[in-house]
Design a protein around this ligand. Structure first.
Ligand code: ZN
Length: 173
């Protein structure tokens, strides 16, 4: 996702209100509740965010910057090395091929570039998605469920509809 750990984070509870399946598309309506928080100076901080639709409280655990950077170190190194390997393959085919002018190498270079190039670039742009936040467990409801007072009320029950209420985290730019 990023080269450096984001300091500000947007925590979201994203509740699927309905999901209609057409011939080739699935339309989903979401109710999103969000809050922007800053990382704690030291240690971990817990933020509870109630979903605006079902009322479920999701708990997000946010690590401080030092801990987050530590968590990111290994995946960043790994993805940079992998990116170099992916990019080096087509480049080395190209260098060898241009030297000899052999058609075989050109045949190898183009597909290798097409296959490995995008992977390498994606890894270089997004070394890791780890941002030191634990999101709440996702919940799945069989139908439209929301909290009213102390009880959960279920409407429009359709078997197997599988509506979800998930916690997500976004980076604040
Ligand atoms: Zn919800």
């Amino acid at each position: 996702m990023l080269w450096s750990a984001p300091k500000q984070l947007k925590l979201l509870m994203s509740h699927q209100l309905n999901s209609r399946q057409g011939p080739s598309t699935i339309r989903t309506q979401l109710r999103q509740t969000s809050v922007v928080v800053a990382r704690p100076a030291r240690g971990e901080a817990r933020f509870a965010l109630a979903c605006g639709h079902c009322g479920r409280e999701g708990v997000f655990v946010v690590q401080d910057l030092d801990t987050t950077n530590q968590l990111r170190r290994v995946p960043i190194i790994r993805s940079v090395l992998l990116a170099l390997v992916f990019l080096a393959l087509p480049v080395s085919f190209a260098i060898i091929g241009f030297g000899g002018g052999d058609i075989l190498f050109q045949v190898l270079t183009i597909p290798a570039g097409l296959i490995f190039g995008p992977f390498g670039l994606a890894l270089l742009i997004a070394p890791t998605g780890k941002i030191g936040v634990e999101v709440p467990e996702p919940m799945f409801y069989e139908s439209n469920t929301s909290r009213q007072g102390f009880t959960y009320v279920t409407r429009n029950k359709h078997a197997g509809q599988g509506l979800s209420c998930v916690g997500r985290v976004e980076v604040v730019k």
